[in-house]
Design a protein around this ligand. Structure first.
Ligand SMILES: Cc1cc2nc3c(=O)[nH]c(=O)nc-3n(C[C@H](O)[C@H](O)[C@H](O)COP(=O)(O)O)c2cc1C
Length: 189
Protein backbone atom coordinates (compact mmCIF):
# COMPACT_ATOMS: atom_id res chain seq x y z
CA UNK A 1 0.00 0.00 0.00
CA UNK A 2 1.29 3.49 -0.76
CA UNK A 3 2.76 5.40 2.14
CA UNK A 4 0.16 8.18 2.06
CA UNK A 5 -2.84 5.86 1.86
CA UNK A 6 -1.47 3.99 4.87
CA UNK A 7 -1.39 7.27 6.82
CA UNK A 8 -4.88 8.22 5.71
CA UNK A 9 -6.21 4.80 6.63
CA UNK A 10 -4.40 4.83 9.97
CA UNK A 11 -6.08 8.02 11.19
CA UNK A 12 -9.09 7.40 13.38
CA UNK A 13 -11.40 9.78 15.20
CA UNK A 14 -10.35 8.45 18.60
CA UNK A 15 -11.55 9.96 21.85
CA UNK A 16 -9.07 8.73 24.46
CA UNK A 17 -7.00 11.91 24.70
CA UNK A 18 -4.27 12.54 27.24
CA UNK A 19 -3.82 15.95 28.84
CA UNK A 20 -0.05 16.13 28.12
CA UNK A 21 0.74 19.56 26.67
CA UNK A 22 1.66 19.77 23.00
CA UNK A 23 5.03 21.44 22.29
CA UNK A 24 4.50 24.73 20.49
CA UNK A 25 6.66 23.67 17.52
CA UNK A 26 4.48 20.59 17.02
CA UNK A 27 1.31 22.67 17.27
CA UNK A 28 2.88 25.11 14.82
CA UNK A 29 3.53 22.38 12.23
CA UNK A 30 -0.05 21.13 12.56
CA UNK A 31 -1.41 24.61 11.93
CA UNK A 32 1.00 25.23 9.05
CA UNK A 33 -0.26 22.03 7.41
CA UNK A 34 -3.81 23.39 7.67
CA UNK A 35 -2.81 26.57 5.84
CA UNK A 36 -1.21 24.62 2.98
CA UNK A 37 -4.61 23.30 1.90
CA UNK A 38 -5.85 24.29 -1.54
CA UNK A 39 -8.73 26.76 -1.73
CA UNK A 40 -10.92 28.24 -4.43
CA UNK A 41 -8.99 31.07 -6.16
CA UNK A 42 -6.54 30.69 -3.27
CA UNK A 43 -9.01 32.61 -1.10
CA UNK A 44 -7.86 30.84 2.12
CA UNK A 45 -11.17 31.57 3.88
CA UNK A 46 -10.26 29.66 7.04
CA UNK A 47 -9.68 31.44 10.33
CA UNK A 48 -8.26 29.34 13.15
CA UNK A 49 -8.37 30.12 16.83
CA UNK A 50 -5.91 27.80 18.57
CA UNK A 51 -6.92 27.42 22.21
CA UNK A 52 -4.24 26.09 24.57
CA UNK A 53 -4.38 28.18 27.77
CA UNK A 54 -6.24 26.44 30.59
CA UNK A 55 -8.55 29.38 31.26
CA UNK A 56 -9.45 29.60 27.58
CA UNK A 57 -10.01 25.85 27.29
CA UNK A 58 -12.65 26.35 29.99
CA UNK A 59 -14.52 28.56 27.54
CA UNK A 60 -14.58 25.62 25.11
CA UNK A 61 -15.72 23.22 27.84
CA UNK A 62 -18.68 25.49 28.60
CA UNK A 63 -19.91 24.98 25.03
CA UNK A 64 -19.79 21.17 25.01
CA UNK A 65 -22.77 18.85 25.41
CA UNK A 66 -22.39 15.90 27.79
CA UNK A 67 -21.88 13.53 24.85
CA UNK A 68 -18.58 15.23 24.03
CA UNK A 69 -17.26 15.01 27.63
CA UNK A 70 -14.01 13.49 26.30
CA UNK A 71 -13.02 16.77 24.59
CA UNK A 72 -12.35 18.26 28.05
CA UNK A 73 -9.09 16.27 28.23
CA UNK A 74 -7.67 17.91 25.10
CA UNK A 75 -4.74 20.27 25.75
CA UNK A 76 -5.46 22.03 22.45
CA UNK A 77 -8.70 22.79 20.65
CA UNK A 78 -8.75 24.50 17.27
CA UNK A 79 -11.81 26.61 16.49
CA UNK A 80 -12.32 26.61 12.71
CA UNK A 81 -14.35 29.54 11.45
CA UNK A 82 -15.16 31.30 8.21
CA UNK A 83 -17.67 33.56 6.48
CA UNK A 84 -19.26 32.90 3.07
CA UNK A 85 -17.91 36.19 1.71
CA UNK A 86 -14.32 35.20 2.48
CA UNK A 87 -14.51 32.75 -0.41
CA UNK A 88 -16.09 32.26 -3.83
CA UNK A 89 -19.86 32.00 -4.04
CA UNK A 90 -20.61 30.47 -7.42
CA UNK A 91 -23.68 29.28 -9.29
CA UNK A 92 -25.81 26.34 -8.11
CA UNK A 93 -25.17 26.73 -4.35
CA UNK A 94 -21.40 26.43 -4.64
CA UNK A 95 -20.30 28.29 -1.53
CA UNK A 96 -16.66 27.38 -1.13
CA UNK A 97 -15.87 28.76 2.32
CA UNK A 98 -17.01 25.71 4.25
CA UNK A 99 -15.62 23.36 1.62
CA UNK A 100 -12.18 24.94 1.86
CA UNK A 101 -12.30 24.86 5.67
CA UNK A 102 -12.91 21.12 5.33
CA UNK A 103 -9.81 20.73 3.18
CA UNK A 104 -7.74 22.69 5.71
CA UNK A 105 -9.13 20.65 8.60
CA UNK A 106 -8.23 17.43 6.78
CA UNK A 107 -4.64 18.64 6.47
CA UNK A 108 -4.59 19.59 10.14
CA UNK A 109 -5.90 16.19 11.21
CA UNK A 110 -3.45 14.26 9.03
CA UNK A 111 -0.42 16.28 10.14
CA UNK A 112 -1.46 15.74 13.77
CA UNK A 113 -1.70 12.02 13.12
CA UNK A 114 1.77 12.04 11.54
CA UNK A 115 3.06 13.78 14.69
CA UNK A 116 1.69 10.95 16.86
CA UNK A 117 -1.31 12.95 18.04
CA UNK A 118 -5.04 12.44 17.81
CA UNK A 119 -7.05 15.22 16.16
CA UNK A 120 -10.78 14.82 16.21
CA UNK A 121 -13.18 17.34 14.62
CA UNK A 122 -16.58 17.71 16.26
CA UNK A 123 -19.93 19.24 15.34
CA UNK A 124 -21.35 18.64 18.82
CA UNK A 125 -20.89 22.05 20.47
CA UNK A 126 -22.88 25.22 20.94
CA UNK A 127 -21.57 27.63 18.27
CA UNK A 128 -23.32 30.63 19.82
CA UNK A 129 -21.57 30.00 23.12
CA UNK A 130 -18.18 29.61 21.42
CA UNK A 131 -18.68 32.90 19.59
CA UNK A 132 -19.82 34.65 22.74
CA UNK A 133 -17.02 33.27 24.92
CA UNK A 134 -14.29 34.24 22.45
CA UNK A 135 -15.93 37.41 21.11
CA UNK A 136 -16.04 36.03 17.57
CA UNK A 137 -18.22 38.31 15.41
CA UNK A 138 -21.62 36.82 14.68
CA UNK A 139 -20.99 36.93 10.90
CA UNK A 140 -18.58 34.02 11.26
CA UNK A 141 -19.65 30.40 11.08
CA UNK A 142 -17.81 28.24 13.58
CA UNK A 143 -17.94 25.08 11.51
CA UNK A 144 -15.99 22.74 13.76
CA UNK A 145 -13.84 22.43 16.83
CA UNK A 146 -10.87 20.09 16.52
CA UNK A 147 -9.77 18.43 19.75
CA UNK A 148 -6.03 17.67 19.60
CA UNK A 149 -3.97 15.68 22.07
CA UNK A 150 -1.63 12.74 22.59
CA UNK A 151 -3.27 9.33 22.91
CA UNK A 152 -4.50 8.82 26.46
CA UNK A 153 -6.24 6.44 28.80
CA UNK A 154 -9.33 4.82 27.32
CA UNK A 155 -10.60 3.63 30.71
CA UNK A 156 -11.99 7.16 31.14
CA UNK A 157 -14.32 6.71 28.16
CA UNK A 158 -17.92 5.49 28.41
CA UNK A 159 -18.71 1.95 27.24
CA UNK A 160 -19.90 3.02 23.77
CA UNK A 161 -16.82 5.13 23.10
CA UNK A 162 -14.50 2.47 24.49
CA UNK A 163 -15.95 0.01 22.02
CA UNK A 164 -15.68 2.45 19.10
CA UNK A 165 -12.05 3.13 20.01
CA UNK A 166 -11.10 -0.45 19.21
CA UNK A 167 -13.88 -1.33 16.78
CA UNK A 168 -13.51 -1.81 13.03
CA UNK A 169 -13.54 1.15 10.74
CA UNK A 170 -17.05 1.59 9.35
CA UNK A 171 -17.35 2.74 5.75
CA UNK A 172 -20.03 2.41 3.10
CA UNK A 173 -19.10 0.04 0.29
CA UNK A 174 -17.17 2.00 -2.34
CA UNK A 175 -19.80 1.10 -4.95
CA UNK A 176 -22.35 3.08 -2.90
CA UNK A 177 -20.34 6.28 -3.13
CA UNK A 178 -18.06 6.00 -6.20
CA UNK A 179 -19.11 5.44 -9.79
CA UNK A 180 -17.06 5.60 -12.95
CA UNK A 181 -17.92 7.31 -16.23
CA UNK A 182 -21.70 7.40 -15.73
CA UNK A 183 -23.80 8.78 -12.86
CA UNK A 184 -25.35 5.90 -10.94
CA UNK A 185 -26.91 7.59 -7.94
CA UNK A 186 -30.57 8.42 -7.55
CA UNK A 187 -31.88 11.90 -6.73
CA UNK A 188 -32.10 10.88 -3.08
CA UNK A 189 -28.35 10.18 -3.09
C1 LIG B 1 -17.61 17.32 10.90
C2 LIG B 1 -17.47 16.21 11.90
C3 LIG B 1 -18.20 16.29 13.08
C4 LIG B 1 -18.04 15.29 14.05
N1 LIG B 1 -18.66 15.44 15.26
C5 LIG B 1 -18.40 14.57 16.26
C6 LIG B 1 -18.90 14.81 17.55
O1 LIG B 1 -19.54 15.82 17.85
N2 LIG B 1 -18.62 13.89 18.52
C7 LIG B 1 -17.91 12.76 18.25
O2 LIG B 1 -17.68 11.97 19.18
N3 LIG B 1 -17.39 12.51 17.02
C8 LIG B 1 -17.62 13.40 16.02
N4 LIG B 1 -17.08 13.19 14.77
C9 LIG B 1 -16.29 11.98 14.47
C10 LIG B 1 -17.02 11.02 13.53
O3 LIG B 1 -18.07 10.39 14.25
C11 LIG B 1 -16.02 10.01 12.96
O4 LIG B 1 -15.11 10.69 12.14
C12 LIG B 1 -16.75 8.93 12.14
O5 LIG B 1 -17.50 8.12 12.98
C13 LIG B 1 -15.77 8.05 11.37
O6 LIG B 1 -14.81 7.50 12.23
P1 LIG B 1 -13.26 7.56 11.81
O7 LIG B 1 -12.94 9.04 11.65
O8 LIG B 1 -12.51 6.94 12.97
O9 LIG B 1 -13.09 6.81 10.55
C14 LIG B 1 -17.21 14.17 13.80
C15 LIG B 1 -16.50 14.11 12.57
C16 LIG B 1 -16.62 15.12 11.65
C17 LIG B 1 -15.79 15.06 10.39
Amino acid sequence: MSELLREIEGRRAKRALGDRKIPSEVAGRIMTAATYAPSCFNNQPWRFLVVVADEDLQKIHAALPDANYWVKKAPMVVVVATKPDLDSQLSDRRDYALFDCGLATANLVLQAFKEGLLAHPIAGFDPFKVKENFRIPDEFIVITLVAVGYPGDDTLLNAKHKQLEHGPRVRKPEADVICYDAWEFSASG
